[in-house]
Design a protein around this ligand. Structure first.
Ligand SMILES: C[S@@+](CC[C@H](N)C(=O)[O-])C[C@H]1O[C@@H](n2cnc3c(N)ncnc32)[C@H](O)[C@@H]1O
Length: 279
């Protein structure tokens, strides 16, 4: 560590309050997602869980790809709307077009705080830290179930100016928080910490259109010891009560401001929405 508390190995802001042992014998959300996206950072337990999930939803790979595409469009929209600071909670393993890359393409001075509780994401933090010519990017190893602790992390204040608008990204993470982990409190605590003009972008698994698939995916994650709770549009809208949704509102991933024609065979198990903090 240097005198100012930054590590000398290039990884800034790695939290020290979570266990960092990587257990490859149990499936992890980030690695299962990496498998669906065609990545190489997954182990037999993750692939077994993925096989179970694919039985419930054979289109799961498309769902995950659509989610990445939505993340890219949402971050681009936010950067084009003038946002220069992003808190990306539930970062996942680095893949193509990570948040800082998309934001900095629009505005090179964009700053990103990546947050994830998975030690394997921590191990890959260097990739997320790379290419730091312009803006600043930090990674914080922290848990979304403890938003107060996360907001108090000095590394976050180091990169995010809480007097200026911030975009909070909760993409592909809220459905991994059952009701007793209180995703509503997470969102309201985060929104309370950011000023007017800030945004929230989310995606969320749902049983609304294909209940048998939504329920099967939820059961498959749970069977592999990963918490999962798909939610109806009413339940997702209740989580979003602190924001005013921008057009087109709460829609399926592929329908959120698509770059081209929306595929007819789009996946129907995940909602997307971006909203501006209510004054
Ligand atoms: C499906 S991935 C989504 C990655 C990325 N946001 C995307 O949309 O492509 C979900 C991520 O959330 C992380 N995660 C799940 N529960 C979490 C929690 N309580 N705190 C922090 N991160 C969490 C997982 O480790 C995983 O990396």
């Amino acid at each position: 560590m240097s005198e100012n508390g930054r590590r000398q190995d290039g990884i800034e802001g790695v939290g020290h309050w979570l266990p960092t042992t990587i257990d490859t014998s149990v499936a992890h959300i980030a690695r299962v997602y990496d498998f669906f996206l065609g990545g190489k950072d997954n182990f037999p337990a993750d692939r077994e869980a993925a096989a179970r999930i694919l039985k419930g939803n054979p289109g799961m790979r498309d769902t995950c790809r659509e989610q990445r595409e939505y993340l890219r469009r949402a971050v681009r929209f936010l950067a084009e709307s003038g946002i220069r600071q992003f808190i990306d909670i539930g970062t996942g393993l680095p893949t193509q077009e990570n948040t800082h890359e998309v934001a900095q393409k629009v505005a090179p001075d964009s700053r990103v705080a990546y947050i994830d509780n998975d030690p394997i994401v921590l191990a890959h933090a260097r990739v997320l830290m790379a290419d730091q010519d312009h803006g600043r990017t930090v990674f914080i190893h922290a848990d979304a179930r403890e938003p107060g602790k996360l907001l108090a992390d000095p590394t976050l204040a180091d990169v995010i100016d809480f007097t200026r608008p911030v975009a909070i990204l909760l993409i592909g993470i809220l459905h991994f928080m059952p009701d007793n982990e209180n995703p509503a409190e997470l969102i309201s605590t985060l929104l309370d910490a950011v000023p007017e003009g800030s945004y929230l972008a989310i995606s969320h698994g749902t049983p609304d259109f294909a209940p048998e698939i939504g329920d099967a995916v939820q059961a498959a994650y749970q069977a592999s010891s990963m918490p999962c709770r798909v939610r109806t549009s009413e339940e997702v809208m209740a989580l979003l009560r602190g924001v005013e949704l921008v057009e087109p509102g709460l829609v399926l991933l592929a329908e959120w401001r698509p770059d081209g024609p929306v595929p007819e065979d789009r996946q129907e198990i995940t909602y997307a929405a971006v909203g501006r903090k209510r004054s």
